[in-house]
Design a protein around this ligand. Structure first.
Ligand code: GDP
Length: 345
Protein backbone atom coordinates (compact mmCIF):
# COMPACT_ATOMS: atom_id res chain seq x y z
CA UNK A 1 0.00 0.00 0.00
CA UNK A 2 1.44 3.32 -1.07
CA UNK A 3 0.64 5.78 1.70
CA UNK A 4 0.27 8.83 -0.52
CA UNK A 5 -1.93 7.10 -3.10
CA UNK A 6 -4.11 5.64 -0.36
CA UNK A 7 -4.41 9.04 1.31
CA UNK A 8 -5.51 10.60 -1.99
CA UNK A 9 -8.08 7.87 -2.55
CA UNK A 10 -9.49 8.29 0.94
CA UNK A 11 -9.71 12.05 0.48
CA UNK A 12 -11.52 11.44 -2.78
CA UNK A 13 -14.05 9.37 -0.82
CA UNK A 14 -13.18 5.96 -2.26
CA UNK A 15 -14.91 3.55 0.04
CA UNK A 16 -12.69 0.57 -0.70
CA UNK A 17 -9.61 2.56 0.18
CA UNK A 18 -11.31 3.71 3.38
CA UNK A 19 -12.30 0.14 4.29
CA UNK A 20 -8.74 -1.09 3.70
CA UNK A 21 -7.34 1.77 5.74
CA UNK A 22 -9.63 0.89 8.64
CA UNK A 23 -8.39 -2.70 8.40
CA UNK A 24 -4.87 -1.31 8.59
CA UNK A 25 -5.55 0.73 11.75
CA UNK A 26 -7.21 -2.32 13.30
CA UNK A 27 -4.10 -4.42 12.80
CA UNK A 28 -1.84 -4.94 15.80
CA UNK A 29 1.20 -5.92 13.70
CA UNK A 30 4.07 -3.59 14.39
CA UNK A 31 4.76 -2.68 10.75
CA UNK A 32 1.05 -2.07 10.19
CA UNK A 33 0.99 0.24 13.20
CA UNK A 34 3.80 2.25 11.65
CA UNK A 35 2.06 2.46 8.29
CA UNK A 36 -1.22 3.38 9.98
CA UNK A 37 0.52 6.22 11.80
CA UNK A 38 2.10 7.42 8.53
CA UNK A 39 -1.24 7.30 6.77
CA UNK A 40 -3.00 9.23 9.53
CA UNK A 41 -0.39 11.96 9.51
CA UNK A 42 -0.49 12.14 5.69
CA UNK A 43 -4.24 12.68 5.92
CA UNK A 44 -4.13 15.54 8.40
CA UNK A 45 -7.14 16.90 10.23
CA UNK A 46 -8.77 19.44 7.91
CA UNK A 47 -12.30 18.11 7.86
CA UNK A 48 -14.48 17.75 10.94
CA UNK A 49 -17.51 15.52 10.97
CA UNK A 50 -20.26 15.68 13.54
CA UNK A 51 -19.38 12.75 15.81
CA UNK A 52 -22.45 11.31 17.44
CA UNK A 53 -22.13 8.62 20.12
CA UNK A 54 -25.09 6.29 20.52
CA UNK A 55 -25.57 3.85 23.35
CA UNK A 56 -28.28 1.42 24.32
CA UNK A 57 -28.71 -2.12 25.54
CA UNK A 58 -29.23 -4.89 22.97
CA UNK A 59 -32.80 -4.96 21.70
CA UNK A 60 -33.57 -1.31 22.44
CA UNK A 61 -33.55 -0.55 18.72
CA UNK A 62 -30.10 0.85 17.93
CA UNK A 63 -29.78 -0.68 14.49
CA UNK A 64 -33.36 0.24 13.62
CA UNK A 65 -32.68 3.80 14.79
CA UNK A 66 -29.39 4.07 12.90
CA UNK A 67 -31.06 2.78 9.75
CA UNK A 68 -33.93 5.28 9.98
CA UNK A 69 -31.79 8.17 11.15
CA UNK A 70 -29.04 7.39 8.64
CA UNK A 71 -31.48 7.17 5.73
CA UNK A 72 -33.00 10.50 6.75
CA UNK A 73 -29.54 12.09 6.71
CA UNK A 74 -28.48 10.58 3.40
CA UNK A 75 -31.88 11.71 2.06
CA UNK A 76 -30.66 15.24 2.77
CA UNK A 77 -27.49 14.54 0.83
CA UNK A 78 -25.34 14.08 3.94
CA UNK A 79 -22.67 11.38 4.03
CA UNK A 80 -22.93 9.09 7.05
CA UNK A 81 -20.43 6.64 8.52
CA UNK A 82 -21.36 4.13 11.21
CA UNK A 83 -18.73 2.62 13.49
CA UNK A 84 -19.22 0.29 16.43
CA UNK A 85 -17.45 -0.16 19.72
CA UNK A 86 -18.21 -3.43 21.35
CA UNK A 87 -15.26 -4.79 23.30
CA UNK A 88 -17.23 -7.57 24.93
CA UNK A 89 -18.85 -8.89 21.80
CA UNK A 90 -18.89 -12.65 21.58
CA UNK A 91 -20.96 -12.89 18.43
CA UNK A 92 -19.44 -14.69 15.49
CA UNK A 93 -16.39 -12.84 14.32
CA UNK A 94 -16.84 -10.44 17.19
CA UNK A 95 -18.86 -8.25 14.94
CA UNK A 96 -22.19 -6.89 16.10
CA UNK A 97 -22.74 -5.27 12.75
CA UNK A 98 -21.57 -8.28 10.84
CA UNK A 99 -24.94 -9.87 10.30
CA UNK A 100 -26.27 -8.65 6.99
CA UNK A 101 -29.76 -8.05 8.32
CA UNK A 102 -28.64 -5.10 10.43
CA UNK A 103 -29.05 -1.76 8.68
CA UNK A 104 -29.70 -3.45 5.40
CA UNK A 105 -30.98 -0.38 3.56
CA UNK A 106 -28.34 1.96 4.91
CA UNK A 107 -25.60 -0.53 4.06
CA UNK A 108 -26.61 -0.31 0.39
CA UNK A 109 -26.82 3.48 0.38
CA UNK A 110 -23.97 5.03 -1.65
CA UNK A 111 -23.81 7.94 0.81
CA UNK A 112 -23.36 5.64 3.80
CA UNK A 113 -20.48 3.58 5.09
CA UNK A 114 -20.97 0.94 7.78
CA UNK A 115 -18.07 -0.67 9.56
CA UNK A 116 -18.50 -3.73 11.78
CA UNK A 117 -16.81 -3.58 15.15
CA UNK A 118 -13.35 -5.14 15.31
CA UNK A 119 -13.08 -8.41 17.18
CA UNK A 120 -11.07 -7.29 20.16
CA UNK A 121 -11.51 -7.92 23.81
CA UNK A 122 -9.35 -5.14 25.09
CA UNK A 123 -11.15 -1.83 25.40
CA UNK A 124 -7.98 0.24 25.07
CA UNK A 125 -7.22 -1.30 21.69
CA UNK A 126 -10.78 -0.95 20.47
CA UNK A 127 -10.92 2.67 21.59
CA UNK A 128 -7.73 3.56 19.74
CA UNK A 129 -8.83 1.80 16.59
CA UNK A 130 -12.21 3.50 16.73
CA UNK A 131 -10.62 6.93 17.15
CA UNK A 132 -8.38 6.24 14.20
CA UNK A 133 -11.33 4.99 12.16
CA UNK A 134 -13.15 8.24 13.00
CA UNK A 135 -10.13 10.20 11.78
CA UNK A 136 -10.16 8.21 8.53
CA UNK A 137 -13.88 8.86 8.05
CA UNK A 138 -13.32 12.56 8.64
CA UNK A 139 -10.52 12.58 6.07
CA UNK A 140 -12.97 10.91 3.68
CA UNK A 141 -15.21 13.94 4.35
CA UNK A 142 -18.15 12.22 5.97
CA UNK A 143 -20.57 14.74 7.44
CA UNK A 144 -21.79 12.58 10.30
CA UNK A 145 -19.96 9.75 12.06
CA UNK A 146 -22.17 7.62 14.29
CA UNK A 147 -20.34 5.62 16.93
CA UNK A 148 -22.51 2.89 18.35
CA UNK A 149 -21.96 0.97 21.55
CA UNK A 150 -23.92 -1.45 23.67
CA UNK A 151 -24.42 0.04 27.08
CA UNK A 152 -22.06 -2.15 29.01
CA UNK A 153 -18.92 -1.54 31.00
CA UNK A 154 -16.57 1.22 30.07
CA UNK A 155 -17.32 1.26 26.36
CA UNK A 156 -19.98 3.90 26.97
CA UNK A 157 -17.49 6.22 28.66
CA UNK A 158 -14.97 5.63 25.89
CA UNK A 159 -17.54 6.48 23.20
CA UNK A 160 -18.65 9.59 25.09
CA UNK A 161 -14.99 10.65 25.17
CA UNK A 162 -14.75 10.47 21.39
CA UNK A 163 -18.10 12.05 20.49
CA UNK A 164 -19.26 15.62 20.09
CA UNK A 165 -22.72 14.59 21.17
CA UNK A 166 -23.94 11.56 23.06
CA UNK A 167 -27.33 9.92 22.64
CA UNK A 168 -28.79 7.31 24.92
CA UNK A 169 -31.49 5.07 23.49
CA UNK A 170 -33.93 3.63 26.05
CA UNK A 171 -36.96 1.41 25.89
CA UNK A 172 -40.32 2.26 27.46
CA UNK A 173 -40.02 1.16 31.08
CA UNK A 174 -42.17 0.27 34.05
CA UNK A 175 -42.32 2.71 36.97
CA UNK A 176 -39.16 2.05 38.96
CA UNK A 177 -36.78 1.14 36.17
CA UNK A 178 -35.61 4.73 36.04
CA UNK A 179 -33.24 3.89 38.86
CA UNK A 180 -31.57 1.34 36.60
CA UNK A 181 -29.88 3.93 34.40
CA UNK A 182 -26.48 4.72 35.78
CA UNK A 183 -26.19 8.28 36.99
CA UNK A 184 -22.89 8.74 35.19
CA UNK A 185 -24.55 7.99 31.88
CA UNK A 186 -27.37 10.42 32.57
CA UNK A 187 -24.69 13.02 33.17
CA UNK A 188 -22.77 12.31 29.98
CA UNK A 189 -25.68 12.03 27.60
CA UNK A 190 -27.07 15.03 25.76
CA UNK A 191 -30.31 13.55 24.54
CA UNK A 192 -32.21 10.57 25.90
CA UNK A 193 -34.33 8.97 23.20
CA UNK A 194 -37.12 6.77 24.48
CA UNK A 195 -37.65 4.48 21.50
CA UNK A 196 -40.65 2.36 20.52
CA UNK A 197 -43.11 5.19 21.13
CA UNK A 198 -45.67 3.57 18.84
CA UNK A 199 -48.72 1.30 18.99
CA UNK A 200 -49.48 -0.22 22.38
CA UNK A 201 -46.14 0.93 23.75
CA UNK A 202 -46.76 4.61 23.07
CA UNK A 203 -48.43 5.62 26.38
CA UNK A 204 -45.73 3.83 28.35
CA UNK A 205 -43.02 5.48 26.24
CA UNK A 206 -44.51 8.93 26.84
CA UNK A 207 -44.59 8.29 30.61
CA UNK A 208 -41.01 7.03 30.58
CA UNK A 209 -39.96 10.08 28.60
CA UNK A 210 -41.66 12.43 31.11
CA UNK A 211 -39.95 10.58 34.00
CA UNK A 212 -36.53 11.02 32.43
CA UNK A 213 -37.24 14.62 31.53
CA UNK A 214 -37.98 15.45 35.17
CA UNK A 215 -34.97 13.43 36.39
CA UNK A 216 -32.78 15.43 34.01
CA UNK A 217 -34.38 18.68 35.20
CA UNK A 218 -33.58 17.76 38.80
CA UNK A 219 -30.05 16.86 37.86
CA UNK A 220 -29.58 20.23 36.13
CA UNK A 221 -30.98 22.06 39.14
CA UNK A 222 -28.68 20.24 41.56
CA UNK A 223 -25.59 20.72 39.45
CA UNK A 224 -23.03 22.94 41.14
CA UNK A 225 -21.77 24.43 37.93
CA UNK A 226 -23.78 26.77 35.77
CA UNK A 227 -25.68 24.90 33.06
CA UNK A 228 -23.28 23.34 30.59
CA UNK A 229 -25.55 23.82 27.63
CA UNK A 230 -28.29 25.96 26.25
CA UNK A 231 -31.59 25.60 28.08
CA UNK A 232 -33.35 22.26 28.18
CA UNK A 233 -30.25 20.17 27.51
CA UNK A 234 -29.75 17.37 28.32
CA UNK A 235 -33.26 16.50 27.25
CA UNK A 236 -35.52 13.47 26.80
CA UNK A 237 -37.56 12.78 23.68
CA UNK A 238 -39.87 9.98 22.58
CA UNK A 239 -39.24 8.47 19.15
CA UNK A 240 -40.21 5.51 17.06
CA UNK A 241 -37.35 4.23 14.96
CA UNK A 242 -39.65 1.67 13.39
CA UNK A 243 -42.39 4.16 12.43
CA UNK A 244 -39.84 6.86 11.65
CA UNK A 245 -41.54 9.15 14.12
CA UNK A 246 -39.69 11.93 15.95
CA UNK A 247 -36.44 11.18 14.13
CA UNK A 248 -36.33 14.50 12.31
CA UNK A 249 -37.15 16.30 15.57
CA UNK A 250 -34.20 14.52 17.20
CA UNK A 251 -31.96 15.64 14.33
CA UNK A 252 -33.24 19.19 14.83
CA UNK A 253 -32.24 19.10 18.51
CA UNK A 254 -28.84 17.64 17.65
CA UNK A 255 -28.21 20.50 15.22
CA UNK A 256 -29.40 23.10 17.73
CA UNK A 257 -27.02 21.82 20.38
CA UNK A 258 -24.14 21.38 17.95
CA UNK A 259 -24.37 24.93 16.60
CA UNK A 260 -24.82 26.36 20.09
CA UNK A 261 -21.65 24.58 21.21
CA UNK A 262 -19.78 25.74 18.12
CA UNK A 263 -20.82 29.35 18.69
CA UNK A 264 -19.85 29.31 22.35
CA UNK A 265 -16.51 27.57 21.88
CA UNK A 266 -17.63 24.54 23.90
CA UNK A 267 -17.25 22.38 20.82
CA UNK A 268 -13.54 23.09 20.38
CA UNK A 269 -12.90 23.00 24.14
CA UNK A 270 -14.52 19.60 24.31
CA UNK A 271 -12.43 18.21 21.45
CA UNK A 272 -9.30 19.65 23.05
CA UNK A 273 -10.02 18.04 26.40
CA UNK A 274 -10.82 14.76 24.66
CA UNK A 275 -7.43 14.91 22.94
CA UNK A 276 -5.76 15.46 26.31
CA UNK A 277 -7.69 12.53 27.76
CA UNK A 278 -6.66 10.16 24.98
CA UNK A 279 -3.07 11.35 25.09
CA UNK A 280 -2.91 10.46 28.78
CA UNK A 281 -4.60 7.13 28.13
CA UNK A 282 -2.12 6.34 25.36
CA UNK A 283 0.86 7.18 27.58
CA UNK A 284 -0.54 5.00 30.34
CA UNK A 285 -1.30 2.12 27.98
CA UNK A 286 2.07 2.47 26.25
CA UNK A 287 3.97 2.32 29.51
CA UNK A 288 2.01 -0.68 30.70
CA UNK A 289 2.55 -2.56 27.48
CA UNK A 290 6.29 -1.82 27.62
CA UNK A 291 6.33 -3.25 31.11
CA UNK A 292 4.45 -6.38 30.33
CA UNK A 293 6.34 -7.11 27.12
CA UNK A 294 9.75 -7.18 28.86
CA UNK A 295 10.31 -10.68 30.23
CA UNK A 296 12.73 -9.62 32.96
CA UNK A 297 10.47 -6.84 34.18
CA UNK A 298 7.48 -9.13 34.03
CA UNK A 299 9.26 -11.69 36.22
CA UNK A 300 10.31 -9.02 38.71
CA UNK A 301 6.78 -7.69 38.94
CA UNK A 302 5.43 -11.21 39.41
CA UNK A 303 7.94 -11.85 42.22
CA UNK A 304 7.01 -8.59 43.94
CA UNK A 305 3.35 -9.45 43.53
CA UNK A 306 3.98 -12.78 45.32
CA UNK A 307 5.78 -10.92 48.10
CA UNK A 308 2.79 -8.63 48.49
CA UNK A 309 0.42 -11.60 48.53
CA UNK A 310 2.49 -13.20 51.29
CA UNK A 311 2.42 -10.01 53.29
CA UNK A 312 6.16 -9.31 53.01
CA UNK A 313 5.53 -5.85 51.62
CA UNK A 314 2.60 -3.49 51.51
CA UNK A 315 1.21 -3.03 47.97
CA UNK A 316 2.22 0.63 47.78
CA UNK A 317 5.73 -0.08 49.08
CA UNK A 318 6.26 -2.88 46.55
CA UNK A 319 4.94 -0.68 43.74
CA UNK A 320 7.41 2.06 44.71
CA UNK A 321 10.21 -0.49 44.64
CA UNK A 322 9.16 -1.74 41.22
CA UNK A 323 8.94 1.76 39.80
CA UNK A 324 12.29 2.78 41.28
CA UNK A 325 13.87 -0.23 39.59
CA UNK A 326 12.34 0.63 36.25
CA UNK A 327 13.22 4.29 36.44
CA UNK A 328 16.45 4.43 38.42
CA UNK A 329 17.28 7.96 39.55
CA UNK A 330 19.75 9.75 37.28
CA UNK A 331 23.37 8.89 38.09
CA UNK A 332 22.62 5.52 39.68
CA UNK A 333 22.87 2.12 38.03
CA UNK A 334 19.73 0.02 37.58
CA UNK A 335 18.37 0.67 41.06
CA UNK A 336 18.80 -2.21 43.43
CA UNK A 337 18.19 -0.48 46.73
CA UNK A 338 14.43 -0.61 47.32
CA UNK A 339 14.32 2.40 49.59
CA UNK A 340 16.56 4.69 47.62
CA UNK A 341 15.26 8.22 47.87
CA UNK A 342 16.54 9.46 44.57
CA UNK A 343 18.69 12.36 45.77
CA UNK A 344 22.03 10.88 44.81
CA UNK A 345 23.57 14.27 44.34
P1 GDP B 1 -30.48 -3.30 18.82
O1 GDP B 1 -30.12 -4.64 19.38
O2 GDP B 1 -30.42 -2.23 19.87
O3 GDP B 1 -29.74 -2.95 17.59
O4 GDP B 1 -32.04 -3.38 18.45
P2 GDP B 1 -32.75 -3.63 17.02
O5 GDP B 1 -32.71 -2.40 16.20
O6 GDP B 1 -32.20 -4.88 16.43
O7 GDP B 1 -34.24 -3.83 17.47
C1 GDP B 1 -34.66 -4.85 18.37
C2 GDP B 1 -36.14 -5.13 18.15
O8 GDP B 1 -36.91 -3.99 18.49
C3 GDP B 1 -36.47 -5.47 16.71
O9 GDP B 1 -37.45 -6.50 16.70
C4 GDP B 1 -37.03 -4.18 16.17
O10 GDP B 1 -37.95 -4.38 15.13
C5 GDP B 1 -37.72 -3.61 17.39
N1 GDP B 1 -37.79 -2.14 17.33
C6 GDP B 1 -36.78 -1.28 17.06
N2 GDP B 1 -37.22 -0.02 17.04
C7 GDP B 1 -38.55 -0.07 17.29
C8 GDP B 1 -39.58 0.92 17.40
O11 GDP B 1 -39.38 2.12 17.25
N3 GDP B 1 -40.83 0.46 17.71
C9 GDP B 1 -41.11 -0.85 17.89
N4 GDP B 1 -42.36 -1.18 18.18
N5 GDP B 1 -40.16 -1.80 17.79
C10 GDP B 1 -38.91 -1.42 17.49
Amino acid sequence: MDIQITADKIRAGERRALARAITLVESTRRDDRTRAADLLSALGTDHQALRIGLSGTPGVGKSTFIETFGKMLTGQGLRVAVLAVDPSSTRSGGSILGDKTRMDLLARDPLAFIRPSPSQTQLGGVARRTREAIALCEAAKFDVVLIETVGVGQSETAVAEMSDLFLLLLAPAGGDELQGVKRGIMETCDIILVNKADGDLKPQAMRTCADYASALRLMRKRAQDPPRDTHDFPKAMAVSALQEDGIDAAWGEIQTLASWRKDTGIWDARRASQSRFWFQEEVRAGLLSRLTSDKGVKAELAALEDDVAQGKFRPAQAAETAIAKLFPPAGSKHGDAPDETGDTG
